[in-house]
Design a protein around this ligand. Structure first.
Ligand SMILES: [Zn+2]
Ligand SMILES: [Zn+2]
Length: 428
């Protein structure tokens, strides 16, 4: 049995590398395997359209500087433990912006995008628990299942996964993307602003095919990170008071998580009145513009001396300092924002000790993806986690630079690049 629905889509490199590719040169490193052929292999690749970042730190607006170039590149067939996914939808996240502007340095050239959902199109050797046609969401930290954090039940901290992400490879160390025969780095094991991606099986969670894939995409980053920060990292209890500083896709997901957890007072804090108004409609009991000089005092006054748990998602030391000061004695401050690498926080140590404060980091919502994604999708289907309210619009891959301008200006919560042809079930 052929393991791909695309017999012929992965051409033979020896035929396609002459004349049809934009650059000369062999593609001998590319491997395509058929399950029925055992060890028999033939070299092959397919062409995909992807958003490639060649250099970091482009000037704004990106509509003019165009840091992301939509290019036709080669994608090698999935190797052992890997899967070819037809991307249906990929969300624009602030973490992508941090890679584009250089705040989060990653190797280039890189095919970026890390919040996506799609359909399994082909299976590499040794992948026995997925079928072609399965709907999947990508998780941007692959978990090896064997390192100490994985063994401790903390796959978000997987050490080989983090190392591969830092190097811009798949979990196995392989690179499956090439442009003019030169490797193109993978972004967090996903590289999802592309019509197809080859990813580690351990970067995927199978999802319910009933849920629209544009919404499923958000579960891979925004929802896993935001809801997880509330449920897993802080373990917010019914009736507790929370403050949420920074209302991007992750912060608003955390707000939804706080509502679903039965939090009492939920104070939303942001610089944008539009996002504060949206937060109100999503269940925030109070909304405070951080531009107001006494924003921290307002939160403390509203909650009788500070909140039980304050969350910071803005990615700045100033916002984290404010979140810390909004937290009550004995309370917990959680940060999931990713500021530039040199950012530091000055904490009053006496307050940490004498007020028994807790300051915690949260990465991908302290998630266990195989446990949490199905749970959050079930909450969504029950109407208790209305993630669809975070979708600001759908754009095409060619509009991606303009899309990141809109995200950078705070005009949108989540824009999604859609690849409508990729989903046999449609996006809506
Ligand atoms: Zn993200
Ligand atoms: Zn691991």
């Amino acid at each position: 049995m052929l393991i791909s629905e695309y017999d012929g889509m992965f051409g033979d490199a020896r035929q396609t590398s002459r004349g049809q590719l934009p650059c000369a040169g062999g593609l001998k490193r590319l491997i395509w395997t058929r399950r029925d052929e055992g060890a028999g292999r033939e070299d092959s690749q397919m062409k995909i359209k992807a958003a490639i970042l060649h250099e970091r730190g482009a000037s704004l607006p990106y509509a003019a500087s165009r840091p992301l170039r939509i290019e036709e590149i080669e994608l090698a067939a999935p190797g052992p433990g890997e899967v070819l996914v037809r991307i249906a939808a990929a969300g624009l996240c602030h973490s992508d912006l941090s890679v584009i502007n250089g705040d989060r340095p990653r190797p280039t050239p890189m095919a970026i995008g890390h919040e996506a959902a799609g359909v399994v199109a082909a299976l590499g050797p040794d992948v026995a628990d997925l079928e072609i046609g399965d709907h999947v969401v990508m998780v941007f930290m692959p978990s090896c299942g064997h390192c100490l954090p994985c063994a401790e039940g903390r796959p978000a901290l997987c050490e080989p996964g983090a190392a591969a992400n830092g190097k811009g490879t798949l979990l196995s160390g392989a690179i499956r993307l090439f442009f003019c025969d030169e490797p193109v780095h993978h972004h967090l094991g996903c590289s999802a602003f592309a019509d197809h991606a080859v990813v580690s099986r351990r970067s995927l969670v199978k999802v319910d095919p009933d849920v629209p894939l544009a919404e499923v995409a958000l579960f891979g980053c925004a929802v896993l990170t935001g809801v997880g920060a509330v449920i897993n990292t802080a373990k917010v209890q019914a009736g507790q008071s929370v403050a949420i500083v920074g209302l991007g896709g992750v912060g608003l997901s955390a707000l939804l998580g706080a509502v679903a957890s039965g939090a009492g007072s939920i104070v939303a804090v942001d610089l944008s009145d539009e996002k504060l108004a949206l937060a109100r409609t999503l269940g925030a009991t109070a909304a405070i513009n951080a531009r107001e000089a006494d924003a921290v005092e307002q939160v403390r006054a509203l909650t009788g001396g500070g909140v039980d748990v304050a969350f910071e998602f803005a990615g700045s030391a100033r916002a984290l300092d404010a979140a810390y000061r909004m937290t009550r004695r004995g309370g917990t401050t959680v940060t999931a924002g990713l500021p530039p690498p040199e950012a530091a926080l000055a904490v009053n140590i006496v307050s940490l000790v004498a007020e028994e404060r807790t300051l915690k980091g949260s990465y991908i919502g302290t998630c266990v993806p195989l446990r949490d994604v199905p749970r959050y999708i079930a909450l969504y289907k029950a109407g208790r986690l209305p993630v669809d309210r975070l979708l600001s619009g759908v754009i095409s891959l060619d509009e991606i630079n303009e899309g990141f301008d809109r995200l950078q200006r705070g005009e949108v919560v989540r824009l999604v690049v859609a690849f409508p042809a990729a989903s046999p079930h449609g996006l809506a």
